[in-house]
Write a protein that binds this ligand. Structure first.
Ligand SMILES: C[S@@+](CC[C@H](N)C(=O)[O-])C[C@H]1O[C@@H](n2cnc3c(N)ncnc32)[C@H](O)[C@@H]1O
Length: 209
């Protein structure tokens, strides 16, 4: 454990919610087991008990290192791929304060990487909008959000030239699809797996708004 790392908030929370955070050295060792995926900008990661982001923040850092290596020379590409990297990170967390900390920690990592300043409010607002959708306060066992409704996740894509696409899927159908892909690969995909909403292509400004 590095100095300053707080792995427990209170004994009550440990006994009520099993809330013990993972130390950074262990997170790094575990992520190294899937190193190639962590270094791919468009690989999608979901942490179903994400706490304040002890896994998701290092995943984002690795993805941003890949953005820097591949797109660091162009400010336009670097910004758009950094946002795309953020779009590929998902979390579910039962407790509202942890979910909000997780969003803030991810937004901070994104903002520091792009050195966002007072003139870059659109990028910060776009990142916050993405995180509001991707990091859900809910119950990963019941597959419901804090209002008791089905968890819905956006699937983002980067189309190039500053445009993103978004389609929303119910988490329970995503989970069913994972089972079908393994067991019934020949099944017609649209039978079990259709978006609940599709959006027209969007710019960063439109996402921020
Ligand atoms: C052991 S902690 C791990 C947190 C984080 N993944 C980490 O490694 O630092 C478990 C987290 O899951 C949350 N949690 C407990 N039950 C949950 C549930 N049914 N759905 C989603 N999150 C849950 C707790 O609030 C806690 O933040």
């Amino acid at each position: 454990m590095t100095s300053g790392e707080r792995l427990v908030k209170s004994r009550q929370r440990v006994s009520d919610h099993g809330e013990v955070f993972t130390p950074r050295w262990l997170v790094d060792d575990m992520l190294d087991l899937v190193k190639g995926e962590t270094e791919r900008i468009d690989s999608r990661f979901l942490e179903p008990a994400c706490g304040s982001g002890n896994f998701l923040v290092p995943v984002l850092e690795r993805k941003l290192a890949a953005v820097q290596a591949r797109h660091g020379r162009s400010d336009f590409e670097k910004r758009h791929y950094a946002l795309y990297a953020l779009m590929c990170i998902y979390g579910i967390e039962l407790l509202a304060d942890n979910a909000q900390e997780c969003r803030e920690n991810l937004a901070g990592t994104f903002a520091r990487y792009l050195k966002l300043g007072a003139d870059d409010q659109v990028w910060l607002r776009a990142a916050q909008a993405v995180l509001a959708a991707n990091i859900v306060q809910g119950d990963a066992l019941k597959l419901t959000d804090a209002r008791g409704e089905h968890i819905v996740f956006p699937e983002w894509g980067y189309l190039g030239r500053g445009k993103y696409q978004r389609r929303d899927f119910r988490f329970d159908s995503l989970a069913r699809k994972a089972a079908f892909d393994g067991l019934f690969a020949a099944f017609e995909e649209h039978d079990v797996f259709a978006p609940v909403k599709s959006y027209p292509a969007m710019t960063v400004q439109e996402i921020a708004a």
